[in-house]
Write a protein of this length. Structure first.
Lengths: 509, 497
């Protein structure tokens, strides 16, 4: 019974925030903070108590650590079917943590329409939790589309007006159209899968466990897999579909950026691992070289463009493209080690990107610019913030001791036996990563100062958030074993699906 | 044929509506009173809705060769009656107060005669009731004309307003041309098959094959119906008429009128298998794709909310054609669900425009800039319009999503990939202008404003109705099962004599 509450808590909390607005601006913030802490706490409690050796695997009915099902739309065989395994519990804990942080980081940034802002923020997170829990394909799509609307409002109403010709509304609309159009393609693919299943068995159902048994002709399987892949690729973002991301990030308020980079991108990776691979293993195996190629391209392309940015938030945004490229390679590598690496990388990137965006937001509050040409010499002008930025930049470039290192290292080492050249090219991303990370530090914090006055130091709230993230990232880098243990069974199942398909493909050739 | 009680019971919705028309007419002749006319109309429509329950008890039943009262007819009758009821409620708000209020000397609201508007709405609704139960070309024509002719008067009701008059005349001329096409097509079909009933035409065509005359006949009928449904390339009247017509009338045009015509088109298409040749399917496919793309692309350019909704309705009927072309499996259900959600959504959207323009003061409040920052003045009204825009765009948690989901399901089941492709593309384009409307509502307020909804809008009948519509749109988006069960019952019944 706890699973539906994980989704309901943010939705109810959001409504309360909206209603609480009439009693002043502080009440919604506290309600939101409480809601998110509750979600985070529940996530941690589930993590601590659940048995995560249960996870879906080929050849048997999927097992889950926790499950919840009620009929919803009987006519079409749709039910509210939620389930939890190691992968989802990690993602939910991350969602809760970043939820708390996004409330905290907008404590002073957002000053008007506070209640409505938190309503949107809570609803995004509710939708994301829904995506991580739903295993009815209709329900999954439902949440997948639903989280767009509040995100749209977040960017369009509280965003920053950007450089000339790029208003926040254009950025928000671009984000919405990209994801909505690709989502509809996925809906068509979902329905096609359901009807193929219906034609062969006579049962109309959207249930994950049933649809896993569907027998698909190779051509159909490939097309349906592409339908899913496109939707996930846009959100991922894989390079030809990425152009909404930098705009959305640059224009979004800090909390929006934190959520976008920290968890919204993860829903795409989660969707691939949970749905695209197990439902279409053969087509995915056939598609794997292309996907890995796209991943390598994303790594290099993202890194190069990141280097060329002058807007600090766009720089971090492009670095996300680069980092998610590693995750894409890992997902399609068919190696258990790499997939485990992908999970660590998702968590580590969630933490480090969130931290970098929070730091950018704090910088913006003090300098009122995101243009790195206007910065310079900040190291001498304020304590703490530059040093912390350096730490997270180092984390982003994969310095040992941080979670990012563990993730990238596992991905590379796991992919190497299967696809050595991909690994070699992807490893170059590490080098590029250090280039853009250090140039960011160099341009923003060193060099001649543009002004002399000392900047306002970090408040305890601001410092606490970032220090907490730094500590977690170190913990993940030094002792990642709990995370690896939690996700082991889930990743093992997916890897079996992928691996048997890969071996079949290899023997067929 | 002999009329028994059963036949009268089956016809009860139509009879009650007609009786209401007479009563309202007499009441107007006896004493002009805005509120009385309104109350009488609402009572009559509610009675007609209630009388559907006994009618369902005797369905399916053929009443004269012209009409067939089956579950399908009853479902669409309910839809038409409910939409009319909502439009009547909006009309009452729109026309405004006739009485003098607390020291104000000026008459507020519509300056001319108010009462006839209800009469025309009721007449048109009666036409809709005939149309949805027609199973005979004569019934179709009677119903269609009874539906359209009062609408000429409705569109031009604010005749001292140039735009309204222009729209009325435009609609009349083009509608007459559409009817002429329809009649000619019927004549050709009759010449070939020797019968006017849908089923008999279908049977004789299936037996004798389709000659050139039949093809031309069907084509011409399609032109006539496509005109009423404003499908591309017969859509040119739509934006002008929507813009010129008073807001509640535009709501009626978009909902009751179109639903009735689409229902009869569906029945015709399902009962007369003239589609065997396949070319009709191809033609409908082309029309559907053109409607989806043109409707959405042209809507992008609009800065007038009523015109925008007009173009968007063109696109929505393009989506509906996808299900019509699919014609098997879920298709009939999909159309039922989609029409219900579309009616709900359009009523909500036009309802907000109506309340914003309430009471009548010359021009309707339809320019997009007049809605700037509405959220900070009228949060709940804005919430209604936001839900409606999301529903039109087909975003989850709203009824529109369920409708669009059903149509896509019907399309996938029939493997209509081209149509689905254009549907996806059209939806992506559509999101752009729906979002534009939506975000306008939340922007910073301008200093200058001409129109505003009255502060107590939520306590009036129109406002209460609107809140109900919005809640229903939300509820059906979250829990559509009741609607789906209802639509499942409302299948077509083919009675061949």
């Amino acid at each position: 019974m706890i699973l539906p509450w994980l989704i309901l808590i943010p939705f109810i909390g959001g409504l309360l925030c909206w209603l609480g607005e009439r009693f002043g601006n502080t009440l919604p913030r506290w309600i939101a903070l409480l809601t998110m802490s509750l979600l985070f706490g529940l996530g941690l409690w589930l993590w601590a108590t659940g048995d995560f050796s249960l996870a879906p695997a080929p050849g048997a009915d999927p097992l889950w650590a926790a499950e919840f099902q009620v009929q919803w739309i009987e006519r079409l065989g749709i039910s509210v079917h939620l389930a939890l395994d190691g992968l989802s519990v990690l993602m939910i804990a991350l969602t809760g943590l970043l939820g708390v942080l996004s409330v905290l980081c907008s404590w002073h940034e957002i000053q008007n329409r506070v209640g409505f802002f938190h309503l949107n923020l809570m609803w995004i997170l509710g939708g994301v939790v829904g995506v991580f829990l739903a295993i009815d394909l209709f329900l999954f799509f439902f949440f997948w589309e639903m989280m767009l609307v509040p995100m749209y409002f977040l960017i369009a109403l509280w965003g920053h007006s950007g450089s000339a010709g790029k208003t926040r509304i254009t950025a928000a609309t671009k984000f919405f159209i990209y994801t909505q159009a690709s989502g509809l393609i996925m809906l068509v693919a979902i329905l096609a899968l359901v009807f193929v299943h219906y034609n062969s068995t006579g049962v109309l159902t959207f249930n994950y466990a049933d649809l896993l048994q569907t027998e698909l002709a190779p051509g159909t399987e490939y097309l349906l897999m592409l339908g899913f892949f496109i939707a996930f690729a846009v959100k991922f973002p894989v390079v030809p579909f990425h152009s909404w991301l930098p705009d959305a990030h640059a224009q979004a308020p800090t909390a929006g950026s934190v959520d976008l980079a920290g968890i919204l991108l993860k829903t795409a990776a989660y969707g691939m691992i949970r749905f695209a691979l197990p439902l279409f293993p053969n087509a995915s195996a056939e598609f794997a070289p292309i996907a890995m190629g796209l991943g390598v391209f994303a790594i290099v392309y993202g890194a190069l463009l990141s280097f060329a940015q002058t807007d600090i938030k766009r720089l971090v945004a492009y670095s996300s493209v680069s980092h998610m490229g590693f995750v894409l390679i890992a997902i399609y590598s068919g190696s258990q080690i790499a997939m485990q690496g992908a999970v660590v990388q998702m968590l580590a990137h969630g933490l480090s990107a969130a931290a970098l965006f929070i730091l950018c937001g704090q910088l913006y509050e003090r300098l009122h610019t995101r243009d790195m040409r206007e910065m310079g010499g900040i190291w001498a002008r304020m304590p703490w913030l530059p040093a912390l930025s350096l730490f997270f930049a180092a984390a982003a470039l994969g310095l040992p001791g941080t979670g990012n290192f563990v993730g990238e290292f596992l991905i590379l080492i796991g992919t190497f036996p299967g696809a050595p050249w991909v690994t070699v090219l992807a490893a170059s991303g590490l080098v590029f990563g250090s280039v853009y990370s250090l140039i960011m530090i160099h341009r923003a914090y060193f060099g001649p100062a543009k002004a002399d006055g000392a900047l306002l130091g970090l408040k305890p709230r601001e410092l606490g958030m970032v220090m907490g993230l730094a500590a977690l990232l170190m913990l993940l880098g030094i002792y990642p074993q709990p995370v690896l243990d939690t996700s082991a069974a889930s990743m093992h199942g997916v890897q079996q699906w992928m691996n048997s398909a890969l071996t079949q493909l290899a023997s067929a050739r | 044929m002999e009329f028994t009680t059963q036949h009268f019971i089956a016809l009860l919705p139509l009879l009650v509506t007609s009786a209401t028309i007479l009563v309202v007419m007499l009441a107007i002749a006896w004493k002009r009173n805005h509120s009385l006319t309104f109350v009488l109309s609402v009572l009559g429509l509610n009675l007609a809705l209630l009388s559907l329950i006994p009618a369902l008890g005797v369905a399916p039943l053929q009443v004269t060769p012209l009409l067939l009262i089956d579950n399908f007819a009853c479902y669409y009758m309910a839809l038409v009656l409910a939409a009319t009821l909502a439009c009547v409620t909006l009309t009452h708000a729109y026309l405004g107060e006739a009485t003098l209020r607390g020291g104000e000397t000026a008459r507020k609201g519509y300056p001319g005669n108010r009462e006839e508007m209800y009469l025309l709405l009721l007449l048109s609704a009666a036409g809709g009731l005939v149309l949805v139960s027609a199973q005979h070309l004569a019934g179709l024509f009677i119903g269609l004309e009874l539906l359209s002719v009062p609408v000429f008067g409705l569109v031009a009701y604010a005749f001292f307003n140039k735009r309204s008059l222009e729209a009325g005349i435009k609609y009349m001329v083009l509608s007459a041309a559409g009817s002429a096409f329809l009649l000619f097509g019927m004549a050709l079909l009759y010449a070939e098959s020797g019968s006017l009933s849908f089923a008999a035409i279908g049977a004789s065509l299936a037996a004798g094959g389709s000659g050139l005359l039949v093809q031309i006949g069907i084509g011409m009928m399609l032109v006539g119906l496509a005109f009423k449904l404003s499908l591309v390339p017969f859509h040119l009247w739509t934006p002008d008429v929507y813009e010129g017509a008073p807001a509640p009338v535009a709501a009626f045009l978009a909902t009751a009128s179109k639903v009735a015509v689409f229902a009869v088109l569906l029945r015709l298409y399902q009962m007369s298998p003239a589609t065997a040749g396949g070319w009709l399917n191809d033609l409908l496919t082309v029309i559907a794709i053109a409607s989806i793309l043109f409707g959405n692309l042209l809507a992008l350019l609009q800065s007038n909310l009523k015109r925008l909704l007009g173009y968007s309705s063109i696109a929505h009927f393009g989506y509906l054609l996808v299900a019509l072309v699919a014609s098997k499996g879920l298709a009939v259900e999909a159309i039922g669900v989609y029409l219900a959600t579309y009616v709900l959504t359009s009523l909500g959207a036009f309802g907000v425009i109506t309340l914003m323009s309430t009471p009548y003061s010359g021009r309707d409040c339809d320019a997009l800039y007049e809605y700037r920052g509405l959220f900070w003045r009228r949060p709940y009204l804005t919430a209604v319009l936001t839900v409606m825009m999301l529903s039109l765009a087909g975003i989850p948690l709203t009824a529109g999503f369920i409708g669009k989901f059903y149509v896509i399901a019907a399309g996938v089941q029939a493997q209509l990939w081209w149509l689905l492709g254009s549907l996806v593309l059209g939806s992506a384009i559509a999101v752009f202008y729906y979002l534009r409307v939506m975000v306008t509502l939340f922007l910073v307020e301008p200093n200058l404003r001409r129109h505003d909804a009255p502060f107590n809008w939520g306590q009036r009948t129109g406002g209460i109705m609107l809140m109900f519509v919005a809640l229903l749109a939300f509820f059906l988006g979250v829990y559509p099962q009741p609607l789906l069960e209802l639509v499942q019952q409302a299948g077509l019944v083919v009675l061949v004599n």
